[in-house]
Design a protein around this ligand. Structure first.
Ligand SMILES: *Cc1c(COP(=O)(O)O)cnc(C)c1O
Length: 466
């Protein structure tokens, strides 16, 4: 006699076959978007989960809807746009510089078609990758020659490996910078195969410290711009023109890692001044390295400018081949450099400069406009107020001087979610909003919010995942 169990229909046997599901119109639509193999895999996973759960079999349509959710989750990109309201304009973790429209257009053209990357259109013969940017860089800096690599860390590596492998490079103890991540001057020096010869002390280094260290093993004198900290008080450093003269007197190259390295004088915009590349060259530096995506406001790259003979040697180094940039970066960099040739154009077009020089009144007006909408969206959850705040340039430039700005301070209520929970709600928006927490409040610095529409449009989603 059959047992009670055997008489109850097993819900699992009612699960449909993959073949039957694939004939469904919804499956065909999914296959058109995701490809048939992914749909089959998602259906298998969906059926396996249902079998394991052991409940009643859902209808085919519900099963395919589950499959669609699974596929959508799997297809969601990992790298997504966010709104940087941290107050740090050039935020390394948020991708640093935003490209100008012109740079993005040029890059798009280059990436969608063939380009004369290493092809001379006049001669119909092989050309040089650097030809598209070298003239512009030389005009902007006063240097004889220029080359471009993947980032400034790569530029420093190539410079040291080419000019100082197996020999000593003299650097002040006050300049043994750690930039964050794995870039530390002593480590890069070792990676390049050069020996670091530290001179002076943390706060004071004199000309005679350098002079006393020069010997038969010396390959170069180097200055590293202390970009992310300041040494204040009883300090002394040797002006770069004096170091250049000292190096030249011994027939040695004088190298400068400028870090941010501005092409334009920032003081003319009312910003804290950063050393310019042109000044470094004028002071006698033989090679200067700097970043493309810090103050220059272009694509991620590292730029080396200086004496032609030295730049040519770096080009001939096999490392250059490993560190070179592609056509997309060159297109973006060329367009950015063209804008730099005109101060007004640069300030209008290059987002980094535009955001850094954004008038306070404009940021304040933005704060006043957004305040009611954000307060309404968070009614009962937190108090919202317009506050004065201070932005910073970021990426190590001018760590001490801050820029006056305006923001929204979102202060939690005693019975509501904490500031970090509120920060999380903003991160979970369709266009994630990144702010910072300061003294128990979640702060949105509005300097970098130029387009308010997308920010406002999604406020209704706030706390949807709470
Ligand atoms: C930022 C910086 C670097 C590294 O530049 P990346 O473009 O980030 O590779 C190296 N040296 C100094 C002094 C810097 O400020």
């Amino acid at each position: 006699m059959p047992t009670q169990d055997a008489m109850t229909p097993d819900p699992r046997t009612a699960l449909p076959s993959i073949d039957r599901l694939l004939r469904h119109a919804d499956a065909a639509a999914l296959a058109a978007g995701h490809g048939r193999q992914r749909v089959v895999a998602a259906l298998r996973a969906e059926l396996a989960d249902l079998r394991a759960a052991g409940g009643a079999a859902p209808g085919d349509a519900a099963l395919l809807a589950g499959c669609a959710r699974r596929l959508a989750a799997g297809a969601a990109p990992s790298l997504v746009p966010v709104l940087n309201l941290t107050g740090t304009v050039n935020h390394t973790n948020l991708g640093r510089a935003l490209w100008s429209q012109r740079a993005a257009d040029a890059a798009y053209g280059a990436m969608r078609g063939a380009a004369n990357l290493e092809f001379d259109l006049d001669r119909g013969a092989r050309g040089a990758r650097d030809s598209h940017t070298e003239r512009l860089l030389c005009d902007l800096t006063g240097a004889e020659a220029a080359t471009v690599v993947n980032n400034n860390a790569a530029a420093v590596l190539l410079m040291l490996n080419t000019l100082a492998q197996g020999r000593e490079v003299i650097v002040s103890r006050g300049e043994l910078v750690e930039i964050g991540g794995a870039f530390r001057v002593p480590d890069v020096m070792r990676g390049a195969g050069a020996r670091l010869r530290e001179v002076g002390t943390t706060n004071r280094t004199h000309r005679h410290d350098y002079a006393g260290a020069i010997g038969p093993d010396t390959a170069a004198l180097m200055k590293v711009h202390a970009s992310n900290y300041a040494i204040r008080g009883f300090t002394a450093e040797v002006p770069q023109a004096d170091l250049a003269a000292l190096a030249a007197g011994h027939g040695l190259p004088f190298l400068i890692d400028l870090g941010s390295g501005s092409l334009l004088r920032l003081a003319q915009f009312g910003l804290p001044d950063e050393p310019t590349v042109r000044q470094a060259i004028a002071d006698g530096a033989d090679v200067v390295s700097f970043s493309g995506d810090k103050l220059l406001g272009g694509p991620q790259c590292g730029i080396l400018v200086g004496k032609r003979e030295l730049i040519d040697r770096m080009r001939a180094n096999p490392l250059k081949r490993a560190l070179r940039v592609d056509k997309v970066i060159i297109a973006g960099l060329e367009a950015t450099l063209r804008a730099c040739a005109d101060t007004d154009l640069a300030r209008r077009e290059i987002p980094t400069l535009r955001l850094l020089t954004r008038p306070l009144a404009e940021i304040a007006a933005c704060a006043e406009r957004l305040h009611p909408a954000v307060a309404a969206a968070l009614a009962g959850v937190a108090e919202v107020a317009v506050i004065p705040c201070r932005s910073q340039i970021g990426s190590g430039a001018q760590p001490v001087d801050l820029l006056d700005s305006r923001g929204l301070a979102i202060t939690p209520r005693a019975d509501g979610p904490s500031a970090s929970a509120i920060a999380r709600m903003f991160r979970q928006l369709p266009l994630p909003v990144i702010g910072r927490i300061h003294q128990g409040a979640f702060i949105l610095d509005l300097r970098c919010l130029e387009d308010e529409g997308p920010f406002l449009a999604q406020l209704g989603h706030l706390g949807a995942g709470r």
